[in-house]
Design a protein around this ligand. Structure first.
Ligand code: GAL
Length: 652
């Protein structure tokens, strides 16, 4: 269940066999290779050099390792960029070409590049699709990383025009839908439409939302074609993709994952914590500087697992300091092991480390690997070795991941809409999702993520931090299910064309909770108001709506007594952003009402169940008691969990 990312092209060939033997000895099974090797696989146009790749795969296979090949399409070679310069993307912010010299220098709208990407994919799939050592494929690498979903190229503009034509059919319909009478923005023809970049000031939200949808559809179609090509020539092998955090792709992640056997995630907890806590005060950040925040790996494990509901992999696991965050500290001893087990507890089938050996050259030479450049064992080595030994005592493969009792309803379009129309600088959808997730996880609750097309029926409690444009079918399913459903502010705030819904927000959600949003204000996070619930006072911050509650029940108010939390049967609407204490209080009582067990856990302890086994992870600096029943049978650790340690127990 362990693997590693390996770049045979970076090392002398006479090291390969020994590398493979060491991987085997360490307890690794899978090796991902090839995803950046295009310039070596096709050094001249059309002249493939597969001989070295054959030998690499044969060497790894001979050592008993299973190979995952990454299609090398994230790094088109120089000759291709020079020959087909229309494949290069254009930076929407500056209008400049994003050229050769690193990676991801391609435009999803470029027809010539789409052809080239499929050509190299086909060549690899034909040659290795049925190789006995090849277990599966990874498509490209971290699609849309480095902000590459959107491009302002002529190809993207032409593609967008065609997309608008197909969606709106007539230019009058588009003008009406986008509200183009405003500021004389009306078009006479689809060919007059520009991309919403380079204008003097703000472009229309509907225009920008349409562009985001076009970009997402284009990425998804580009990727679907690659998956089809792999499947045609590689029967019986899995196809996956290594996702970056789903709120950074700029695409409909569910759609992107749809054709895959399972999704994979690249887990860099320290890098992620450095980015996500960049504005946190030092005293809040320091405890997690070398452990990662307890929820910033898990949240993406849960999101990745739920993209397909067919298990998931960690394709890249941080093994030491990385090179790309604001600051790149060393993990504390024990953390690589803890992160690995945490992924397994959340349902991972394989955890694969990035990378086998630290490269002494090029962009990532300061990024740790399992080995140092001099081939000595780096710090994570003994921890990986320990996990490999421990795996025998847990029999993970037999532990299925059950549906969680609670789901967070997330929506990529809500993220786009709220980025397009921020309304307040501090409104940040992805931080709100994280805040809701943390509040539930601190209560010891297992969480699934569902999208706007999911079936809500299996859940007892569903929270939607914001669901800007609820589709009627989802509203119907929510009405028909038995879950308690909490909507956060901005839910139902917009139509599919980014306008205010008829009858005011929350638009179609009014059939579940007949209230009206009369006004909206955003305020600075350091100037909060209050939300009062059962006599207790909490912060109401950043986003506040004024609500006409109609005949619904007011369950909490603002400081002036106006409604802030409204209930109607199983539906609840929270009209403001708030603090962790309020969410803990509210989610605690909603869980109790929904019959979902919660726990009082030490601050930095997280639990997660997989089949009959409960795992507990101590991110804190002090030892804590495992929240296990007296008759628990411990598989890992024991009744006291040391700092940065874990325990796993089975209950009967
Ligand atoms: C990932 C990427 C890898 C490598 C790694 C470094 O995002 O897929 O190729 O760059 O980061 O941490």
């Amino acid at each position: 269940m362990l693997g590693v990312c390996y770049y045979p092209e970076h090392w002398p060939e006479d090291w390969w066999a020994e590398d493979a033997a060491r991987m085997q000895a360490l307890g690794l099974t899978y090796v991902r290779i090839g995803e950046f090797a295009w310039s070596r696989l096709e050094p001249q146009p059309g002249a493939y050099d597969f001989a070295w790749f054959d030998r690499a795969i044969d060497t790894l296979g001979a050592a008993g390792l299973k190979v995952v090949i990454g299609t090398p399409t994230a790094t088109p070679p120089k000759w291709l960029a020079d020959r087909d310069p229309d494949m290069l993307p254009v930076d929407p912010a500056t209008g400049r070409i994003r050229g050769f010299g690193s990676r991801r220098h391609y435009d999803f709208s470029s027809e010539s590049y789409a052809r080239e990407a499929l050509r190299i994919t086909e060549a690899l799939a034909r040659r290795y699709g049925e190789h006995p050592a090849v277990a599966g494929w990874q498509t490209d690498n971290e699609l849309c990383c480095h902000n590459t979903a959107l491009s302002a190229s002529p190809a993207a503009r032409d593609g967008f025009r065609a997309w608008c034509g197909a969606r709106y059919q007539s230019i009058d319909a588009l003008n009406r839908a986008w509200g183009n009478v405003f500021w004389s923005m009306e078009y006479r023809d689809f060919d007059e439409i520009e991309l919403p970049v380079g204008a003097v000031t703000e472009t229309s939200p509907a225009h920008r939302l349409a562009w985001r949808r076009y970009a997402s559809d284009t990425v998804v179609a580009w990727h679907d074609a690659m998956v089809r090509m792999l499947r045609r020539h590689s029967p019986g092998r899995f196809v996956t993709h290594n996702f970056i955090p789903m709120d950074e792709t700029g695409v409909d992640n569910q759609a992107l994952a749809a054709p895959l056997d399972f999704a994979a995630y690249d887990n860099y907890p320290l890098g992620r914590t450095d980015l996500l806590m960049a504005d946190a005060p030092a005293e809040a950040f320091r405890p997690y500087m070398r452990t990662g925040h307890p929820d910033y790996g898990a949240v993406f494990f849960d999101r990745t697992r739920c993209l397909t509901s067919r298990g998931f992999w960690v394709m890249e696991q941080q093994p030491g300091p990385v090179n790309w965050a604001g600051h790149n500290p060393r993990p504390l001893p024990g953390m690589v092991r803890l992160w690995t087990w945490e992924a397994f507890a959340h349902g991972a089938d394989v955890v694969s480390y990035f990378r086998w050996r630290q490269a002494p050259f090029a962009q990532e030479q300061m990024h740790a690997g399992l080995e140092r450049p001099d081939r000595s064992q780096a710090e994570a080595w003994p921890e990986v070795s320990q996990v490999a030994a421990e795996l025998a005592s847990v029999a993970l493969a037999a532990l299925s991941t059950a549906t969680a009792p609670v789901a967070i309803l997330v929506d990529d379009e809500t993220q786009w809409l709220t980025e397009i129309e921020r309304q307040g600088n501090s409104y940040d959808y992805k931080s709100i999702v994280l805040q809701y997730y943390s509040a539930l996880r601190e209560l010891g609750v297992d969480v699934d993520f569902i999208g706007p097309d999911a079936d809500p029926a299996p859940y007892r409690l569903i929270v939607a931090p914001a669901l800007s444009t609820p589709k009627p079918e989802m509203v119907e399913r929510l009405r028909a299910c038995e879950a308690i459903v909490l909507f956060g502010p901005r839910s139902g705030a917009k139509t599919l064309d980014a306008t205010i819904p008829e009858g005011l927000a929350p638009g179609p959600l009014r059939s579940l909770i007949p209230i009206r949003v009369l006004a909206t204000e955003t305020i600075r996070p350091d100037c909060p108001g209050e939300i009062v619930r059962d006599g207790q006072r909490f912060a109401s911050t950043m986003w506040r709506e004024t609500i006409d509650p109609g005949d619904c029940t007011v369950a909490a108010t603002y400081e002036d007594g106006a409604p802030a939390l409204i209930r109607n049967g199983r539906s609840a609407y929270l009209a403001t952003l708030t603090d962790a204490a309020f969410l803990a209080d509210l989610f605690g009582s909603l869980c109790a009402e929904a019959g979902v067990a919660t726990f009082e856990l030490p601050k930095d302890l997280r639990v997660r169940r997989r089949g009959p086994v409960t795992f507990a992870f101590n991110y804190g600096a002090d030892e804590v008691a495992a929240p296990a029943p007296a008759d628990a049978e411990f598989l890992l650790g024991g009744a006291v969990i040391g700092p940065r340690d874990l325990a796993a127990w089975r209950t009967t």
